[in-house]
Design a protein around this ligand. Structure first.
Ligand code: AQP
Length: 349
């Protein structure tokens, strides 16, 4: 049976990368699949979070889910820490995954930076918790942005090693094919699977980048969106790229065209044509592209922002959505965790 799981960290306000890279896909999948969407608060605390801001961010990400089009009646929406199966399974996976596997994770290296000795143990073990998030539901499909590919591969390795290590017990428990955990498949097919920073076309757009000018947040108002796009980095070339190949060689322009195409629901080729067609508008060859990009960004994100603001007016209602989602998530995860404990040889009463 196909089941979808994915999540976002409440480490700040969501941005266009989260929206185009993952959320658009999530919304589509809820029409065809059983979907579980999590606010991964335990992942967030792998780096320091001010408790008051964390609480606010958990509610705001939940509001952003709903405002973007996730329906708490169709999908399960909840926050990770309310379902203890995630943390319990993560511990078991800490004992399945190998140090060598985690040592290869590029996100840890990027996030820990130079001061690796001072990074939290949680940040290092993060991919094991992510594997537990997915496999606590035996989810088969995981819609994510490009940057999560390596973590998904690790989740697949953990699933496989668990199945191999406990094959005998898994078969004895009635899984004749010896497969307890499925191999979760990444679904990396959003309209823009890797949205880059507006200030540097070689870095991904990210919540934790210190410069707010590098990203468009779902909470940005019209003026802010316009200002950020206006000041987005371009290049000094005198003419627009002639074709997609030439576009690829110009990362900042490629990114702006990609964002425009994704928001407008058109192909990248059509996005490039819009740049070429407006290049004479001036004063810069990018003025026209930035104008149409601002228009479509405001048109798409304006209503989402307004809805987030409306929902945030009633935090108790958001907490109710999370409580209901958590109960439904628990109903799936608890029996799976019980089976895992039996398979591993732990006693439970
Ligand atoms: N720039 C991006 N382009 C496409 N997809 C992206 N995602 C994140 N950034 C981009 C996707 O959004 C989902 C949720 O990500 P996350 O919040 O769990 O963590 P992250 O990937 O580490 O995102 P950020 O924004 O960079 O957060 P911080 O700075 O807090 O680490 C994932 O599916 C991700 O692929």
């Amino acid at each position: 049976k196909e089941r979808v799981f994915s999540g976002m960290q409440p480490t700040g306000s969501l941005h266009l990368g989260n929206y185009l890279g993952a959320m658009v896909q999530w919304i589509q999948m809820q029409e065809t699949h059983e979907c579980i969407y999590c606010v991964v608060d335990l992942h967030a605390i792998t780096v320091w979070q001010e408790p008051k801001e964390l609480r606010h961010a958990i509610r705001q990400v939940t509001a952003a889910y709903i405002a973007s089009g996730l329906d708490p009646k169709k999908s399960i929406l909840f926050n990770q820490s309310q379902v203890s199966a995630h943390a319990e399974l993560a511990w078991i996976f800490n004992c399945v995954a190998r140090l060598g596997w985690l040592n290869r994770m590029t996100q840890f290296k990027e996030k820990a930076g130079k001061d690796r000795e001072n990074a939290s143990v949680g940040l290092y073990a993060y991919p094991n918790l992510m594997a537990a998030d997915i496999l606590a539901y035996r989810a088969t499909h995981v819609p994510v942005g490009e940057d999560q590919k390596q973590h998904l591969e690790l989740a697949r390795d953990i699933a496989q090693k668990f199945n191999n290590d406990f094959r005998e017990q898994i078969v004895a428990a009635g899984h004749e094919d010896g497969v307890f955990f499925p191999q979760p498949e990444p679904v990396i097919t959003g309209p823009a699977t890797r949205v880059m920073s507006l200030r540097d076309g070689t870095k991904k757009m990210s919540k934790s980048e210190p410069s707010d000018m590098s990203r468009i947040n779902l909470m940005d108002d019209t003026d802010k969106i316009a200002d950020k796009i206006k000041r987005a980095k371009t290049d000094m070339e005198p003419a627009p790229p002639t074709d997609i190949e030439a576009l690829k060689a110009r990362p900042e322009i490629d990114n702006l065209v990609g964002i425009y195409a994704a928001l407008a629901g058109i192909s990248k080729e059509e996005g490039l044509k819009a740049l070429q067609d407006t290049a004479s508008e001036g004063p810069s060859i990018f003025t026209g592209l930035k104008r149409v990009l601002t228009e479509v960004a405001v048109e798409k994100l304006g209503p989402i922002r307004a809805e987030i603001v409306r929902l945030m007016d009633d935090p108790a209602e958001i907490d109710r959505v999370l409580a209901d989602g958590s109960a439904r998530a628990r109903a799936i995860a608890v029996p799976i965790l019980a089976d895992v404990k039996d398979i591993v040889g732990l006693i439970r009463s």
